[in-house]
Ligand binder design. Structure first.
Ligand SMILES: [Zn+2]
Length: 302
């Protein structure tokens, strides 16, 4: 009896390079991971769509980190928008994220609000934390453009002078997303300064033009292997090297043990002030929308 051994290409990041065009890329598709993150929050549709895009973007950029323990954090923030804060991060294939927003103002907004309608004059911060060296690098750009993907592409162009193309797609159901990330690295990672002196990049422009043809339907079609998408897009290139696909999981650092350990660093008096009459401190994890009641009684009685 024949059995179908193929599983859909979901919750994966596939890296690739096009050596002759000095280009590198990532292609990501999220399914069950996205479902788990979104269903924990029960956000209204526009907020879900925003978080779905931001998570896909975070997986795209995060999966380019060479340092396996390194972390990529994407944070969008504003003082005057419907959304006050959006945070997503990616570390070693673990993805998580949440949004803080004003439900009252969202109810008065258009059905499909623009990025500007959601954030007003906000900004996007992208932070790279290196695990091996402990170094942190952060770049901040205004939340301009039609989408959070545009703002992120601006970050790479403005802060790092790296020509970058980002395409994001969401399936009609909203619970499958895909993304394509392309970058031009003409002199390798060591020689970024040399980009300033070169005004034209014909080899990159061709790659970017092809990248722009990638549609949401292809990005989110789980029956289409990611590798097939890459080959199809760049089938005229003499060489496209694909890397091993990396699995993406929903991950969070919150656990009763971890939270108890963090609380344990506060002086006993402060722990008592935080606790209720029963000696329980309730800690929320914004990423998971979960509450953790931690009993402090035992530790305080010394
Ligand atoms: Zn958590």
């Amino acid at each position: 009896m024949m059995t179908d051994q193929t599983s859909p290409d979901l919750d994966l990041a596939l890296g690739f390079t096009i050596p002759a065009r000095h280009a590198r890329g990532r292609i990501v598709r999220l399914g069950p991971v996205l479902e788990r993150i979104l269903s924990a929050h029960a956000y209204p549709a526009p907020i879900e769509a925003l978080l779905a895009d931001a998570l896909t973007l975070t997986a795209l950029i995060g999966s380019t980190l060479k340092d396996a323990g390194g972390q990529l954090t994407l944070q969008a923030q504003t003082d005057n928008g419907i959304v006050s804060l959006l945070v997503c991060d990616y570390r070693g294939g673990e993805l998580r994220g949440y949004v803080q927003y004003d439900a009252g103002r969202l109810a008065d907004a258009p059905v499909d609000p623009s990025l500007f309608a959601l954030f007003g004059s906000g900004y996007l911060a992208i932070t790279f934390d290196q695990a091996t060296t402990g170094e942190r690098y952060q770049g901040i750009v205004p939340l301009d453009g039609d989408s959070i993907a545009d703002a992120a592409a601006n970050y790479f162009v403005q802060s790092e002078q790296i020509p970058t193309l980002i395409r994001l797609g969401r399936a009609a159901s909203g619970r499958v997303t895909g993304g394509l990330f392309l970058q031009h690295l003409p002199e390798g990672e060591e020689g970024r300064e040399r980009l300033h002196v070169r005004q034209d990049h014909p080899e990159w422009e061709h790659v970017a033009l092809l990248g722009q043809t990638m549609g949401a339907d292809e990005l989110t079609d789980a029956a289409l292997p990611l590798e097939t998408l890459v080959w199809r897009l760049f089938n005229e290139e003499p060489e496209v090297r694909t890397l091993t696909a990396q699995p993406i999981v929903r991950g969070c650092r919150c656990s009763p043990d971890y939270i108890a350990q963090v609380l344990g660093k506060f002086p006993v008096e402060e722990q008592r002030e935080m606790a209720d009459e029963a000696g329980v401190i309730t800690v929320d994890c914004a990423f998971c929308a979960q509450k953790f009641p931690i009993m402090i009684e035992d530790r305080c009685e010394s």
